[in-house]
Design a protein around this ligand. Structure first.
Ligand SMILES: [Zn+2]
Length: 312
């Protein structure tokens, strides 16, 4: 049994069929966690879809309405780069509800993991790069509206720049955004995060960790967020089809472990989301995401959370 909850719903699948985004990965991750005995059925909690009022704290009424009514233009679909379907809409509403629930679990347990989410390319008024609804922004705004937190930090380690996150929070001093990504990759337009760490092509484990970890340490000490939202992309992996960095599976797990450790040492809860992963073999993408959960478990057991203990 895990010392935190896994948020999962069988309708997370984006219904993409043959597509570079392996939308079956959500189910495969949940199955592998059970099969390997890392998690038991009681570790899983099911999200409800986010409410429209939750989405509207981030997105425009026009965009939410287009998604609900299936009235996206050809241009909208081209930018989104995934086919529209009612299942896609259901999945992204659930993903946003899942990240809200993972954050609420994190407040109680010190860590909470949505086995979806991290759709960091979504903008208020349009979707981009497989991302229709910005679940992380929706969750941050919901927790702020509930008075549960005031200040949040997004640590985005997906290989692609978190352009939607940067656009949404660019003028908001209550949310600190860090994006570490391959500079020479999608998206072409990268609005500034609070801190952008631009990695050169083929950067390896050592270069990556030496760039990321001191930045996270300093940002946590200076900004003192009440929650970290971790966007743990699997696509900095050396075998990724849409990424050009050279991280190993071991390096990626080390990345997760060290970010979680830095938050945990300061007793800051972490809400985890998956983001991208396009390895040639989907098993590699699944392994990397499963390793994120293992890293969280190791850190939770090594550094018991003071707030998690007092809140129980
Ligand atoms: Zn990505």
């Amino acid at each position: 049994m895990l010392p935190f909850k896994l948020v999962y719903h069988e309708r997370y699948d984006l219904n993409l069929g043959p597509h570079v985004f392996p939308s079956q990965k959500f189910r495969l991750i949940a199955e592998q966690l059970l099969r390997e005995g890392i998690a038991v059925a009681g570790d899983f909690v099911r999200p409800s879809p986010a409410g429209d009022d939750d989405l509207l704290r981030v997105h425009t009424p026009e965009w939410v309405n287009k998604l609900k009514t299936g009235t996206l233009t050809a241009g909208d679909v081209m930018k989104l780069e995934v086919p529209y379907s009612p299942e896609l809409v259901e999945a992204v509403w659930l993903a946003a509800g899942g990240t809200i629930l993972a954050a609420q679990c994190a407040l109680r347990d010190g860590f909470g993991a949505n086995l979806s989410g991290g759709f960091h390319h979504a903008y208020p008024g349009h979707g981009e790069g497989f991302c229709a609804i910005h679940d992380v922004a929706v969750a941050i705004r919901r927790l702020q509206a509930d008075g549960a937190i005031q200040k949040a930090m997004v640590v985005d380690t997906d290989v692609h720049h978190g352009n939607g996150t940067a656009a949404i929070f660019g003028k908001d001093s209550s949310v600190f955004t860090i994006s570490i990504h391959q500079e020479n990759d999608y998206p072409a337009h990268k609005p500034p995060s609070t801190i952008d760490l631009n990695m050169m092509d083929r950067a390896d484990d050592d270069e990556y960790l030496a760039t990321l970890i001191p930045t996270v340490q300093q940002a946590l000490d200076e900004f003192c967020p009440e929650m970290v939202f971790y966007v743990g992309g699997a696509d900095p992996y050396c075998e990724d089809q849409l990424g050009g960095l050279s991280l190993t599976k071991k390096g990626l797990m080390e990345r997760d472990r060290r970010v979680f450790e830095e938050a945990r040492r300061r007793d800051i809860p972490v809400a985890n989301t998956l983001a991208g992963g396009y390895a040639r073999n989907v098993e590699d993408t699944v392994r990397i995401h499963v390793n994120t959960i293992l890293a969280a478990r190791d850190v939770a057991l090594a550094f018991p959370s003071a707030s998690a203990a007092t809140n129980r």
